[in-house]
Design a protein around this ligand. Structure first.
Ligand code: CEZ
Length: 783
């Protein structure tokens, strides 16, 4: 049997031991639940800062979401022990903690639920979870049926709360609520924090729809000396009914059932946080209704690109999981209340293709927090009490780059030119100015941060957050940022042309020309561009550097900003393919750094092959894919898209450790230095990758280029593709596109409703109309 398969917007895995890290995620407006196939779970909710209601066995530092989170024996999870009363045989659902081999196992990921379907010891069991539509509550359902023989079984739902607080933690069974309630106090020391934390949901609960025959709320009483594979509690006829008094709290319930052959029994449980007991009562009343309102993440099914090609795995990912991941970013802002400005703008860019009105709001929110001197803040505050945290306390130089890029996508998807006339405030003055003026100020501010050579200063970091010591003394410059600034200005000029506002054109063009010359003079070295010049004047990221000899980003953005001649382009592409491409995509830098370089910074201290230190950092790989389409490298771009999406085939799946239901922020790189781990997924689905991939598919693969006059079609399918169909809503119209290669075409021919389009351009779109577009491309010599 295959290890995994996908159909009807679901992906399934059939062996938890082969890919133990495979998982999925569900969310509602303020809650995220990540669960892996073994049953380990990580849930967070916004109150409005992110918090947990179940934790690991030691108190965690508060931090942002981490890649490759380790799982250990007592990691939080949602489990059920099942004991055969006849012979005492014990196993656990969905796999951990007992980790037995099942006769049949299926872990199935869908949009609004995660399911396990298991057959074992004459029983059919299904374990499934959804989030409540509005509340931070997980709704779990267990269905057990006996196959051919009657069964006497004991079942023990087991939901550990973990170590909640060193100040105060306890748990007890509440027979009126019919559940275990865990109380704790989020640790604090400053008096002022008391008033902020009063409203915190410091209670956690496990509620059941039917009364158990026994229970345990004390971890140690339940586990005893048996360990989690065979806890002492389940070995006894009854659980000990112990409460936890400043002891590790847990929630274990016990039921007994007799099933006749074919007989079936269903239980429902609710798990989540609350501020007080009355709130739990109300939750109980809603959740145990006949049909509770469950969250159905909106992935904008009616707006999203739908394609059918000869690559069903790609279609399945693009038609559902990809827009779902974009939608997640738009709904939860990566579980922060101060998303990095660059992230927020790119999240808005992705949403332009699915929900332009929402993207518009995000763009305006950002501009409303701009300073009057043009600077964009390091993070966008999404809540009245939000503050800049973690990385947002470090000034970064690149935020303005993303503004015209996101605005251009917005304009293409909406045709809303009026937005540029809207008046908005600034964060630090009573002045208001139009969106257009806000943008010009942001770009002027970006340009002001250049050195005497016209190269962009890097300060304490650009796109690469941890590249914090190249320019902290005020002199170091970034090649990536220089090219990105040129590209941002070019994009802005295109927007200005579309708006018919060309008075400043000469000024911006001069900056573009000066910077292009400067970048070529100072950054080009051998066959590719260096990454930057340090405070001490060292050009790094060049051939001959023992570590960090070639970086992807400067090459990508030099291509995007058209700063290269043909010869440079050829040598750069060859260098990237040769040095950076792996079976899992293109690495960000190679060789990965193995020691601290004090003139580069913190990035060199990350473990080689992880994150920005030489992983296949998908965000940057997606920039590269997009750039490849801008220079007509269709096959090359397609090859890298395919490497970015995990496949269903065993070696790839087990090496990445992830199903094709999201794109992680990175796959381990440093493939020459650490081949064993190369390709391993970070499992973190917060990433700007998805937005750039989506844009690459719409503008590159399908070649839907919205212009001031209409749409120009310039598809770039790979040469292996003979025929494909796609439907996309964009700029207020529906495009049903057929692309096919035929030997009768010598150049691209585009027909709309049977009439050939001059220059492959459809002008004067009628909003609300559906267009049938047939595109014929010359046949290729390849298979
Ligand atoms: O965070 C991302 C940032 O969210 O890293 C990208 C950057 O462009 C994104 O805005 C590249 O640096 O070490 C750090 O501080 C890093 O900044 C990481 O936290 C990194 C992680 O991968 C989290 O997604």
């Amino acid at each position: 049997m295959r290890l995994a398969h996908q159909k009807d917007k679901t992906v399934s895995l059939f062996d938890p031991q082969a890919v133990p890290t495979a998982g999925s995620y569900l969310w509602n407006a303020h809650t995220l639940l990540q669960v892996n196939c073994q049953g380990y779970a990580n849930a967070q909710f916004l109150q409005p800062e992110p918090a947990k209601y179940a934790s690991g066995p030691s108190l965690e530092a508060t931090t942002f979401m981490q890649p490759e989170q380790p799982i250990f024996e007592h990691s939080p999870g949602r489990f059920v022990y099942v004991k055969d009363a006849r012979d005492g045989g014990l196993f656990s659902l969905p796999f951990a903690p007992s980790k037995q081999t099942f006769e049949h196992f299926e872990f199935q990921c869908a949009n609004d639920a995660i399911y396990w379907h298991i057959t074992h010891r004459g029983l059919r069991l299904s374990w499934q979870v959804s989030l409540h539509a509005e509340l931070a509550v997980e709704v779990w359902t267990l269905t057990i049926s006996a196959l051919d023989t009657a069964k006497q079984i004991d079942i023990y739902p087991y939901f550990p709360f973990g170590y909640r607080s060193w100040m105060n933690q306890s748990a007890d069974f509440d027979s009126d609520l019919n559940g275990i309630i865990c109380r704790s106090v989020t640790p604090y020391q400053k008096t002022a924090d008391y008033f902020k934390q009063k409203e915190f949901k410091d209670l956690s609960f496990l509620l059941a729809d039917q009364p158990p025959i026994s229970w345990d709320a004390r971890q140690q009483a339940f586990e005893g000396n048996g360990g989690l594979r065979a806890p002492q509690g389940v070995m006894q006829p009854q659980l000990s009914q112990s409460s936890a008094h400043y002891e590790l709290p847990t929630a274990a319930l016990h039921y007994q059932l007799s099933l006749t052959p074919g007989g079936e029994k269903t239980f429902r449980f609710a798990f989540g946080p609350a501020n007080n007991r009355a709130e739990i009562e109300a939750i109980r009343a809603t959740v145990f209704r006949q049909t509770p309102k469950l969250a159905k993440p909106n992935w904008y099914a009616d707006q999203t690109l739908q394609m059918q090609s000869n690559d069903p795995q790609l279609d399945a990912f693009v038609n559902f999981w990809l827009p779902r991941q974009i939608a997640y970013h738009g709904d939860l802002n990566r579980l922060t209340t101060d998303p990095q400005t660059r992230n927020y703008l790119q999240d808005a860019m992705g949403l332009c293709y699915l929900a332009p009105a929402k993207a518009r709001q995000m763009l305006l929110t950002t501009l409303g927090q701009q300073y009057a001197d043009g600077a964009l803040p390091d993070g966008v505050l999404l809540h009245a009490n939000a503050s800049l945290k973690y990385i947002n306390q470090v000034p970064h130089t690149d935020h303005a780059v993303w503004l015209p890029i996101a605005l251009q996508a917005y304009l293409q998807c909406s045709n809303d030119t009026d937005v540029f006339d809207l008046n908005l405030p600034f964060a630090d003055s009573s002045e208001t100015a139009s969106v257009f003026t806000h943008c010009e100020r942001a770009l002027s501010h970006l340009l002001a941060a250049r050195d005497h050579r016209q190269l962009s200063l890097i300060g304490q970091g650009d796109w690469c957050d941890p590249m914090n010591m190249v320019g902290y003394q005020g002199k170091g410059v970034s090649a990536w940022l220089t090219f990105a600034t040129i590209y941002a200005l070019q994009t802005w000029l295109q927007i200005c042309a579309r708006l018919g506002r060309t008075n400043q054109r000469a000024f911006w063009q001069q900056a573009i020309d000066d910077m292009t010359t400067a970048a070529n003079t100072h950054f080009w070295h051998g066959d590719w561009f260096g990454r930057g010049i340090t405070d001490a004047g060292r050009l790094f990221g060049i051939d001959g550097d023992e570590e960090g000899a070639i970086f992807l980003n400067p090459q990508t953005w030099a291509l995007l900003s058209q700063c290269v001649n043909e010869e440079q382009q050829t040598s750069m592409l060859a260098a990237v393919t040769h040095h950076l491409e792996t079976p899992y995509g293109v690495e960000l830098v190679t060789p990965a750094f193995t020691q601290m370089h004090e003139d580069i910074g913190r990035v060199t201290q990350k473990f080689p092959g992880t994150a920005e230190n030489g992983s296949v950092y998908n965000h940057a790989a997606a920039f590269y894919i997009y750039a490849l389409y801008t220079i007509g490298e269709a096959d090359h771009a397609y090859r890298l898209i395919r490497k970015m999406i995990p496949s269903l085939d065993e070696p790839d799946l087990t090496q990445r450790g992830q199903l094709p239901n999201f794109i992680p922020n990175y796959y381990r790189g440093a493939s020459r230095q650490f081949p064993r781990t190369a390709g391993r997924s970070s499992l973190l689905f917060n990433t700007g990758t998805v937005h750039w991939l989506y844009r690459s598919l719409v503008e590159g693969l399908l070649g839907i280029l919205v212009t001031a006059n209409g749409v120009r079609f310039a598809p770039q399918p790979p040469s292996t593709l003979r025929h494909m169909q796609a439907c996309k809503h964009i700029a207020g119209v529906q495009l049903d596109i057929t692309i096919e290669r035929t030997s009768s075409a010598t150049c691209q021919q585009t027909y709309v409703d049977g009439v050939r389009l001059p220059q492959n351009e459809l002008s004067q779109l009628t909003v609300g109309k559906q267009y049938s577009v047939q595109i014929q491309l010359p046949a290729t010599t390849q298979p």
